[in-house]
Each structure stands twice: as C-alpha cells, then as structure tokens.
Design a protein around this ligand. Sequence first.
Ligand code: MGD
Ligand code: MGD
Ligand code: SF4
Ligand code: MO
Length: 735
Amino acid sequence: MPVHFRTCPLCEATCGLEITTDDDGAITRIRGDRDDVFSKGFICPKGSTLKQLHGDPDRVRTPLVKRDGEFVEASWAEAFDAVADGLGRIWADGDRDAVALYLGNPNAHTLAGTLFGGQLVKAFGSKNLYSASTVDQMPKHVSSGYLFGNAGAIPVPDLDRTDYLLMLGANPFESNGSLCTAPDFPGRMAAIRERGGRIVVVDPRRTKSADAADEHIAIRPGSDALWLAALINEVRIAGLVDVGAAADDIDGVDRVLTALEPFTAEAVATHTRVPAETTRRIAREFAEAPTAVCYGRIGTHTTEFGTLASWLADVLSTVTGNLDRPGGAMFPRPAHGRPAKPRAAGEPRPGGRGFSTGRWTSRVGGHPEVRGEMPVAALAEEIETDGPGKVRALITSSGNPVRSCPDSERLDAALASLEFMVSVDIYVNETTRHADVILPSPSPLAKPHLDLAFYGLSVRNVVNYSPPLHPADHPTEPGMDEHDIVAKLILIASGMGADADPSIVHSMMVAGLAQQAGLDPEAAAAERADLPPIEAILDLMVQTGPYADLDIDALRSHPHGIDLGPLEPRLDEVVRTASGLVELAAPPLLADVARLAALLDSTPSDGLLLVGRRHLRSNNSWMHNIGVLVKGKERCTLQLHPLDADGAGVIDGGQARVASAAGELTVLVEITDEVAPGTVSLPHGWGHGVAGTRGAVAATTGGVNSNVLTTDDVIDPLSGNARLNAIPVTVSPLG
Ligand SMILES: Nc1nc2c(c(=O)[nH]1)N[C@H]1C(S)=C(S)[C@@H](COP(=O)(O)OP(=O)(O)OC[C@H]3O[C@@H](n4cnc5c(=O)[nH]c(N)nc54)[C@H](O)[C@@H]3O)O[C@H]1N2
Ligand SMILES: Nc1nc2c(c(=O)[nH]1)N[C@H]1C(S)=C(S)[C@@H](COP(=O)(O)OP(=O)(O)OC[C@H]3O[C@@H](n4cnc5c(=O)[nH]c(N)nc54)[C@H](O)[C@@H]3O)O[C@H]1N2
Ligand code: SF4
Ligand SMILES: [Mo]
C-alpha cells in the first residue's frame, strides 16, 4: 500500500500525518506520523478527517457562476471571464477602493495565501483590505510593531524549557495552540509539570487546559490588561524587577513601571475578580521562577484592550528577565527567513524603519489603517454607506465573515447588496452563497504545503514540506491549483486580462526573491526551470535562508520534517525600531494606558458577559460538514453558572433568549460551574443550513451564530481588532 507523509494544514500545530492509499490512489487511512520530527505521532480528531473532507460530495469541484440568482457550473475560462467582466465594470468608474478584499484564516495555512497574498493585495491596490487578523491576532502584531519595530516578530513561549507558564485566554487542549506552534501542546504542558515547573491558567471558564494546570484563576472577562498591569506593578513593588542580560537592548523600563503605578493588586481586584493576595503571589512566583513566560491568546486579544493586554504580557516577561532567553519568550528562526547580519561586540544595533499605523483612515469610521488593513468590524458600514470610495465589490479568499465577524447579520445583509462578489473557497457557505463567482481550490491534500507562517511561531525550529497527494487536475479535484487561481486574480487586477498565464506571476516571484537575496534573477530562474513553480520558489527561499544545506531536494527527501534545533536568542535579528532598541514604552502604548486607568475609577457592571469557546472537533465555522466530527450531543450551547441560571430563571436543556446590543438568539441552555458566575459562553461559527448554502451534514447540525450578538462598534483602537469576548448580554427564559 502506498504511504504518504504530510503536514496537517487545519490548525497551527502542524502535525505530521501518515496517509495510506490503495493502488488507485484512494485514501484508505490517515493517522499520526510517528516519525514526524515535531509531532511524533500526535494528532487530534480533525487530522484524520481530511479523508472525509477530501471525499466530501458537497465540496465544490467546479467553478460556479451565478446566472439569474442560481449557481451554474462553468469552465475555468468562463469563470475568469466573469470575474474580469464583473470587476472591470467597477474599476471602469476609476475607483480602486470600490473593490474590497477579505482574506480568511486558511490564507495563513496555504502556500497560495502565504506566498501570493502580498502580491494579490498589491495588484488590487485597494485601501479596502480586510482579513481575519482583525478578529484575531492584530493586537499582537501592533504591540510587536511598537516594541520591536517589527509587527511580524512575535515572541512565543519556550514551552519545552520554561519553568513557569502563565497562560491567559488560551485553551490549547481544544485549539491545539495559537501564535505558539507546538504539536501535542497538552503533552508539552504535562512535561512542564513533570520537570517541576508550574502552570497557571487564567480564564473565566475552567477549561481542560485549566484542569491540567497547577492553578486556575477565573478572571472577569475583558479585564486581562488590568490584571497584567497589576502583576507588573506588584513585581516592581516587591523589588523583583530584573531585566537581565537584555538590559542594554531595552529602552523605557522605568517609564512603563511609572505609568503602571496606579494599578495595584487592590485597585484591580473588583474589576478582575482576582483577590489582591493572589495577584501579589503570582507576581512573586513569576519573578522568582528560574525562567517564566506570560502567554496570552484569543481571550486577551479579542477585547477592547487587546493591544494593551498583548503588550503587557510581553512587558511582564521582559521586566523579569525572560525576553529572548531559553525558557522565556523567544523568537523562532524559520528556514525561509532572512539570515542574520553579523554585528561586532560593542557595535550598536542599527536602527530600522520602525512601525506606525494610520497612513490612511477608513472612509466612514475614520479608523486608522493597521498593516495596510482596515478593521473588518468596519466592512459593513463601508458597503452600506454611499458616496465616493463606497465598497461595491468584494473578493473573499478562504473566509466566512458572515459567521466569523461581529454583527454578522448586518454584514450578511451588506454582502447581499454588493454589485459583484468573487469567492475562492471549497464550500458554498453563509458567505460564499453571496458570490457571483466561486473559484474552488483543490482539497488540502491535493496542494503542496509548507507552513511558512507557523514555523515562524514555533516552539522549535522545524521545516517540513509536503508535495501534493494528487495533482490539481486529478478527477477528484477542480483542475486548477490554488496558487494559480490567486495568480489569475493578480493578473486580472494588473490589467493583463482573464487569459494571461499564471507563470508570469511565478516568474515575478522568483525574480523578486532572487533580487532580495542579491542573486541574478535570470540565473536563479534558469537553475530552477525544471521544478514546479511552488517548489522553485521554496527552493530559493530556503537556499537563501539562515540554515546551510537546505534546498528543495533536502525538503523532499525528509518527509518527516527536518528539526533545526531549539529556539535561540535572536533579538538582534528581529529588532527594527528606529533606535535599534526594544521600545518597551513606545508612546502609542503608553498613551493608551490612560484609557485603562480610567477603568479604575469606575464600578464594573454586574451584568452577564459573553465569551466564546472552541471545541477540539470543530474548526472556526467550517469542518461542520464532516459527519464524524459533528455527530453526538449538541455542542453549541449557552453555558451558564448555576447561580446565573437561577437568576435568569432558565433550566438545563431548555431554551433561552440571549440578547445584546447587536441582536438576539434562541439558544440551548447548559448549566455548568465550569463557567464563573457572571460569565456565559457560546461557541462561534455555527448556525448553518441557511438558504443558498450547500452542506447536507452542516445543515443538520443545529446551533446558532454567536456573532449575531457581537457588536461592530466596539473595537480595540490601537489595532482595530473586534471585541468578540466580554460582550454584555441578558439571558431570559423563552416565552
Ligand atoms: N465570536 C467569535 N468570533 C470569532 C472568533 C471567536 O473566538 N469568537 N475567532 C475568530 C478567529 S481567531 C478567526 S481566525 C476567524 C476566522 O474567520 P474566517 O477565516 O472568516 O472563517 P473560517 O471559519 O476560518 O472560514 C474558513 C473558510 O475557508 C474555506 N477553506 C478552508 N480551507 C480552504 C482552502 O484550503 N482553500 C480555500 N480557498 N478555502 C478554504 C472554508 O470553506 C471557509 O469558508 O473567526 C473569528 N471569529
Ligand atoms: N479545535 C479547534 N482548534 C482551533 C480553532 C477552532 O476553531 N477549533 N481555531 C483556530 C484559530 S483560528 C485560533 S486563532 C486558535 C485560538 O486558540 P486559543 O487562543 O487557544 O482559543 P480558544 O480555545 O478559543 O481559547 C480562548 C479562551 O479564552 C477564554 N476567554 C474568553 N474571554 C476571556 C478574557 O477576557 N480573559 C481571559 N483570560 N480568557 C478569556 C475562553 O473562555 C477560552 O477558553 O485556535 C485554532 N485552533
Ligand atoms: S492538532 Fe491541528 S494540525 Fe494536528 S491533527 Fe489536529 S487539526 Fe491537524
Ligand atoms: Mo484565528
């Protein structure tokens, strides 16, 4: 039986898969690859269901073009003609901003997204660029941008060596980790405790990750920034600030400590519901641990104070000497990264260009651009509001904003009003049903794969390339590679027409990479003329990267991956602030502390606050058409604490009405003391079976769309990130 090894593309954990096929190439089994250098056989229930996804009869396999309101199958040529016509009509009026782009989460996982996404954005030349980043990790990019002058320099917890993991707003037992690529995160957590380390999980819900920790702190939703400010302040009060070896590389420690003086453990206790003595004890434990790291994720980032929380997590690691050292917060060195420029001892680090936002602002809400993006929370108003610059057309690429973005009912209606829409996707779902043209990419297994994004966020330096299991023109597939679909869109947007050959884009990419690396573009292309385009590009990237002896042959001959070693200090390579120093007290961050301090003078409301949650067998708004993943007990329930259920008069297994400023839903009630009093929880991404979608299994799953309740008018001002957690809601019995 032929056996193939490849990396699972579904989440950030990058697990190795062993795929067995029969002699005709049909998949017979998928299990964890025990020889994978990183995941060592670990796999979650989703990994093996790539088989079902591959065979899903509802997966789109032919381009679809809407005629008289119905999708009809079309050839690729007809589909691209329709795209060029539709967009051409809008562009003819002379406004590039009238065509918006929305790039969804899988863009970070696919080579089409990570290699060609930048060119796509450039070719469209629209200020209306939106992505799942502003319902996710944008706060981390912004805090890293200011701290390190490099929005891509995201420090990850050195899980395999740390003595103390303080984890906020993350639940890796369900999510398998985020902004921290660590296959078998649960096993790595267990290892921390086995070697005598300590784990503290901060979450308004007592999650499986909390159960696996030494201590769980049930913080009040939305208050992490306040609590982190108090932790840092208590480290100072205890006289335990010690920046350690990186001291000469960091500016502003004193200014930050001064700014945080109002945030005492007592001052934040009513807002955070964390007793002052607990805060003081954790501050001391963290500072006194041999090594420690503070890691915050979705629950801390998708709040009104997301950027402050992200920054303060790194400040805590920094002032206790844990930045850029083993066991602390470290920067991975991916195989495709740029090699380090050597610097002599004593020579100052050269300054870089730094980071800023707001080079332009959004038309309706005046939101500053962040990394070239507008907040996705502002997309609906940009479509609805007439006048010059109005969004009239939209391209979505592997995204489902009608389920994943705040006030999604409003966005749903806005998408229905567009003059033209194109979606690159594998399903007809709540979002893509609005498209005029759907361009289907192949099954994840029928694509070349290398997790460029996640090896830059990984707890070990690793590289693993997976060639496609089937070519894109295999009978089970739509007949065009995803990177070629994107290349065609780039060519259309560049005015080269629907017939232009994707190889033009590939050649441009090779030439650009060669130039960056100081090589002769023509020679670089000629040397790789026999390789498929993606492999030529990857070959050039790793050959000119920081590791010797890496090329596409090395990648291909290591189907279980190549381990490039533990993380190493590399502040020098990542810092690009103008001063050449880590700017711990960057002015925009310090200025926002005043907004946080204003909370100290207010009384927190005692109303219910809604938070989300993830489940191991789900993946954002999709993978819901896979029977084995969705079968069993209904998981889309509103969890409430018994005290709150009593207060609201609702019963376990009954229906309740939950309402927010944005909308209301009827939900199935689950009473559990896993949620803290005052917190209610509903997962996102559900509520399928809407007219016009295709997904026979998903349509029967029940559940509701939690983003009916999230509002699009409250965002984190520094990053434009939506607030998806800590939403004020009321709960009442139905009828
Ligand atoms: N309330 C609430 N809302 C949230 C969150 C939350 O915690 N709470 N989480 C947020 C987060 S972290 C994120 S990342 C966003 C996600 O937001 P989105 O990216 O908008 O949504 P997904 O559900 O990930 O949708 C992925 C889409 O890509 C398609 N797809 C899958 N694989 C491929 C592929 O290989 N190629 C192509 N072309 N398409 C593919 C799927 O069919 C689906 O349509 O949701 C956010 N929304
Ligand atoms: N199975 C599965 N895996 C996934 C995904 C999926 O949908 N399903 N999505 C993927 C994506 S796109 C991402 S970004 C990652 C996200 O990965 P994680 O960041 O680990 O996300 P969650 O599992 O949602 O955990 C977030 C936790 O934050 C808590 N929380 C909510 N509000 C607050 C708050 O104010 N403060 C604190 N301290 N905690 C709070 C919630 O109760 C929840 O337990 O997961 C990825 N992996
Ligand atoms: S943990 Fe993530 S990468 Fe690993 S098998 Fe599951 S979905 Fe795939
Ligand atoms: Mo995400």
